[in-house]
Write a protein that binds this ligand. Structure first.
Ligand SMILES: Cc1cc2nc3c(=O)[nH]c(=O)nc-3n(C[C@H](O)[C@H](O)[C@H](O)COP(=O)(O)O)c2cc1C
Length: 151
């Protein structure tokens, strides 16, 4: 059984809706247990149990939202001490851009060092049914890849 940690932060509810869609699809995948945690509540103990990390957050002022950055800052040294190397995937909600947050997250995570399991997905504007489908497919694909040992 593989373990996928889904960490999200959401201010207005947009990232939360995407996270829920990804979570529902990922946990439907056989052979994967998915733990859903808000970024404020997630910590290194959660990460230590994980075989994969799915991050869902917004771009704020051209960067990753503060609480997701805070989560990554808090787990950095414990991760290094445990010599954790797990694949990650990133799903971003953004008003009209998202590239700054994607760039920053990639740079941060390369220092852990965690390999990307996929290119970041950026969903722009208000959450639509198409966004929910895209988030679900993203979560399902990551979970399936973990279950199959692809990453
Ligand atoms: C303080 C703040 C800064 C933002 N900065 C950006 C930005 O730089 N680029 C962008 O595309 N969207 C930006 N947005 C829009 C959010 O990324 C977008 O509304 C997103 O869906 C919010 O998701 P959340 O409310 O779940 O956190 C910003 C929103 C806020 C509140």
């Amino acid at each position: 059984m593989k373990s996928l940690l889904l960490v999200y932060h959401s201010q207005s509810g947009a990232s939360a809706r995407l996270a829920r869609a990804a979570w529902n699809a990922a946990r439907a995948e056989e052979g994967v247990a998915v733990l859903l945690r808000r970024a404020w509540d997630a910590g290194s103990a959660d990460l230590a149990q994980a075989d994969g990390l799915l991050l869902v957050a917004a771009e704020n002022s051209g960067t990753l939202s503060g609480s997701m950055k805070d989560f990554l800052d808090r787990v950095y040294y414990p991760g290094l001490e445990r010599e954790l190397v797990i694949p990650y995937a990133l799903l971003l909600s953004a008003g009209n851009d998202g590239r700054g947050a994607a760039r920053q997250a990639r740079r941060i995570l390369s220092g852990f060092p965690f390999p990307p399991a996929a290119e970041p997905v950026i969903l722009r504007g208000a959450v639509t049914d198409e966004h929910r489908v895209a988030a679900a497919e993203f979560g399902q694909a990551f979970a399936a890849g973990l279950a199959m040992g692809i990453f």
